[in-house]
Design a protein around this ligand. Sequence first.
Ligand code: FES
Length: 158
Amino acid sequence: MGEGRKVKNDDKTDLDTFVEEIEAKILEEEREIYTERTLKEANDPKNLGKIKGANGFGKVTGPCGDTMQIYLKIEDDKITDSKFLTDGCGSSIACGSVITELVRGKSIEEALKVGDKDILSILGGLPEENLHCSVLAADTLRAAIEDYIDKGKGGYKK
Ligand code: FES
């Protein structure tokens, strides 16, 4: 066991060490910019994906050119399932994770009150240049709820 580890260490190239140092530096810089919660949600997001048979669907492209999609399963005007997809930045992933978690179990009326400020309060804030990512998530949620309302209870099918 010890021998194997020793061999592995001997095999470590300068490139391996260089890559490890770069990764450690990036992590250190990210920690200076983002809260622990944001990094956690971005690296291990909840509710990523689509919902087959969703009856609320929203797709919004933000000013940065990134897009978010939110899928809702609503039963008796209550959100029973929620998922999201985005091609956006790590902050948008964190925001999608938080907002889909926040609205689960909420009525339509309650969910319509959920906004970017609620996401920011859970994440502990975002840098100024990423504030629009939380607005994108809130706008997409609203679009998904409006889709459900507009189409009636049948809603979006996919
Ligand atoms: Fe585009 Fe975050 S969603 S930069």
